[in-house]
Design a binder for this molecule. Structure first.
Ligand SMILES: [Fe+2]
Ligand SMILES: [Fe+2]
Length: 288
């Protein structure tokens, strides 16, 4: 059995709410997950002191962590830095690895960087990275629980109007459903959502569960989650996965379980991968 705590959009800087970062550290300390996933937007404006605060927060987590950068972790207004060294602040103050991997006897968790500059405001996954990740999953033992972590969303929640999903989302979902990915964890929308690939992509393969976390520790909650803060808890064993949606309860001053969702773990058929095309050339420093 494995437990994963999924938090997102902690946004160190003016929107950050320190009572909530203390609250989530307390939840983690009490429940001791095997892994904490942070799906991007560690900071509000990618400033060194905001990364130092984010680093201190993550250092307070005494179990393994896996983080990916979000669009707010790339400088927005410091134009030269954005062009020449977009991930410099993230790497210097946080982690040199933009696409980390966590693996043990039961889990394979792979991070994907989707924060590729301002021409891709809804994020983008590089086709070359997709192919790499798909091959990694295809080669992994079938019994491993396979997770993808990306800041931007691959499927839109139903109430999200005309907004786009990340570039190459369809290709990503096509590959992930082919190679037996069990779960996709994202953030960015500041609004929680639990869905699956079947609702948006062609049926015929076992669905991949898709989980968006709201903002866990900032005042940037949107729509139905305005002034609300959420995170997710995933408990997985050989036969099933249970997703618990946690919400900050101001009266109790702690994160508490708000809903629970159960999924069977299918025996997945592995398909042969077909090669993808190649990515077009990208602006220096902003592409892959
Ligand atoms: Fe965010
Ligand atoms: Fe974001």
């Amino acid at each position: 059995m494995r437990n994963i705590c999924h938090i997102s959009d902690v946004h160190f800087g003016p929107p950050h709410l320190s009572a909530l970062s203390s609250g989530v550290l307390e939840l983690i300390s009490q429940r001791q997950p095997d892994l904490v996933v942070i799906s991007g937007d560690l900071t509000q404006r990618a400033k060194p002191h905001q990364f130092r605060q984010a680093r201190a927060f993550v250092d307070g987590i005494k179990v393994p962590t896996l983080t990916v950068p979000g669009n707010h972790d790339v400088p927005l207004y410091r134009v030269w830095e954005r062009f020449l060294d977009p991930y410099g602040a993230y790497k210097r103050n946080f982690s040199p690895e933009l696409e980390p991997l966590f693996e043990d006897e039961e889990l394979l968790v792979v991070g994907i960087n989707t924060a590729h500059g301002w021409t891709f405001k809804d994020g983008r996954v590089l086709l070359s990275r997709l192919q790499e990740v798909a091959e990694l999953f295809e080669k992994a033992p079938a019994e491993l629980f396979k997770v993808v972590v990306a800041h931007h969303h691959i499927i839109p929640p139903p109430w999200f109007g005309h907004q786009q999903v990340m570039t190459n989302a369809r290709e990503a979902m096509d590959l992930f459903t082919s190679v037996g990915v069990d779960l996709i964890l994202s953030g960015h929308l500041h609004q929680a959502f639990i869905g699956n690939s079947e609702e948006f992509y062609p049926k015929g393969r076992p669905p991949v569960v898709v989980l968006h976390s709201g903002t866990t520790t900032s005042n940037r909650g949107r729509a139905g989650e305005r002034d609300k803060n959420t995170c997710n808890w995933i408990e997985v064993d050989r036969d099933s996965m249970v997703v618990s949606h946690y919400r900050w309860e101001p009266d109790w001053k702690r994160f508490a379980e708000h809903s629970r969702h159960w999924y069977p773990r299918h025996t997945r058929k592995h398909y042969t991968l077909e090669g993808l095309g190649t990515d077009p050339p990208t602006t220096q420093g902003l592409g892959g």
